[in-house]
Design a protein around this ligand. Sequence first.
Ligand SMILES: *Cc1c(COP(=O)(O)O)cnc(C)c1O
Length: 711
Amino acid sequence: MNTAELPTLFAPLPQRISRLYELAYNLWWSWHPEAQALYQAIDPTLWERTGHNPVRFLREVALASLEAKAGDPVYLAQYDKVLIEYDLYMRNEQTWFARQHPEHTNDTIAYFSAEFGLHESLPIYSGGLGILSGDHCKEASDMGLPFIGVGFLYPQGYFRQFINKDGVQEALYERLNFAELPAVIMRDASGAELRISVDLPGRTIFVKVWRFQIGRIPLYLMDTDVDENAPEDRELSARLYGGDQSLRIAQEMVLGIGGVRVLRALNINPATWHMNEGHSAFLGLELLRERVQRGQSLDHAIAEVRKHAVFTTHTPVPAGNDAFPLDLMDRFFHQFWPQLGIDRDTFMNLALQQQSWGPTFSMTVLAIRLSEYRNGVSELHGAVARQMWNFLWPDKPVEEVPIGHVTNGIHTFSWLAPTMGAMYDSVLGPGWRENLDDPATWERIASLPDEVLWSVHSGLKEQLARFVRERAWQRQRRLGYHRDEAISGDINPKALLVGFARRFATYKRATLLFRDLPRLKRILNNPERPVQFIFAGKAHPADEPGKSFIREVYNLARDPELVGKIFFIEEYDINVGRNMVQGVDVWLNNPRRPLEASGTSGEKAALNGIPNLSVLDGWWREGYDGQNGWAIGREAPYDDLEAQDREDAESLYARLENEVIPTFYNRAADGIPHEWVAIMKHAIQTLAPEYSFRRMLKEYVEKYYVPAMEA
Ligand SMILES: *Cc1c(COP(=O)(O)O)cnc(C)c1O
């Protein structure tokens, strides 16, 4: 991006370090800790207070602090090093994609998603789906894909979570100040703010567009808060997953239809369209409309649109798939189907799904019908999806339903602890960062001395303990120094620490651990081998059962026999997640199989040498090899959910008692648990390459993106 385009809301920076400004406007910094350190070093307190947000930091930092650094040779050496690295990155023309597919470097892949989880300072994500989209952009940049993202810049984002003294989750929506974000407003040729429009019942809604730079790739985020819109329409994009069905359908119309119009207005004509989950499936309707308006028959248009479309489904929970009642579709689309040259029934039939409560227009069905390339996000989820959507191919046996899978991975450099990264630099040798998805790269982990890995890990655990203590203090200040043992108390860095952090959707069974309380208390309170658990997670504000799980965990954490053994951190976000997946000893995941489509938090833990203790669902069913962590429960289908919970809880306790705890406390004379460290190393070796986003994105490119370009 040209610096001249950037907003000029800043006081001028000292010339010698003036590129801090340019760097702040490229989220490249979000996966380069050494770039973040350039800001942090100027004023560490302000860096924390501004939420690790370089743009906001530069707006608030004192000129004197900047000037001091501009004359500090140690700082300047760091600064020069980071900028050289940044320039090399941005100017590299020999990226993986350019080498692999030189004939396609001018074809564009457009990736649509309702949420993007890029950094804690940009709270426009709710959970795994958003984190995946954010990681997708970052890896696409690293690999040099001709890629752009499309979504929403929700002014109020997703909520901040507080837990009150009774354990009740409170949701706080704060208005983001876009001037404090690395956002650049898009303008048209005349220099006016770009506007595109979408027709809603009885009015036209206007949209403006912000660009974020993610390394080499742009992310275009839409925003309906413009003067031309009626007050309620200005709020249309205010929040992620807020509101009722009619707000939801309007948002999805803007995402899908508006998103295509944004790209056309910017003169971007993608060769591959990727719908990440059904939220954006209306984009297919807009692509059909364009073709029909140009004179193509609908059938021909459908065939053409499909050839260039990729659809990834993410949820095996039927209620998680958006489906709109037909009367709502009538209201929102009665002007649209005539533009496709068809009648109401033909239109509805594009995506009809019979539900127990009647016929609906299903976004997943629409996306499936309008894409040639379809996938679930793990092997098991692929199989579940083929079953779920078999009714669309009534003449095919389930195994021939054309839905494949690509197992999710994580963007390595967003989740790797810097101290672990430095250790990998020294043991894996130069070039590992280029070849991180190659298992051979990781063989040398075997030669890593146990004490080195153990000491780096112990340092990260102490860092997590400090983080938890600081959060506890913040909470106490907020509650007027009311000492709240459930969310305070100190982590004992010597004791085994198990982490659990994810959305509090009920299928994730956050309370499974508490099924047999007397047994749990015996486990935690063994004086020779104490155990601690740390929890974090948000429930959707409308999810009452999810919120009651939070209350239950919180109240149990105050049980006199569990105080100081069970911790809950408020406000699960990328920052909390990062600290947890880098600092606990074991990562716990116990969803109700097979409802965890993939899961990725355990992959982040494994990358940092932290073994998983998890149900054989999603990615872990593929990743577990008997020696790189532990399995909970059996690979069996259950009709009786109560029996499933009972058996999985029994298995969880037994694994803890008989394997996890004894292995962790089996110390040699040097104090190091060598058998445990062997599991850590094996987890890194077997899981870091395979569950990297690099492996994953190569699969998307070869199986879907390039074939769709060539169609
Ligand atoms: C990784 C991550 C998730 C996804 O975790 P799951 O394994 O799918 O439960 C959700 N939220 C945040 C903040 C994350 O970092």
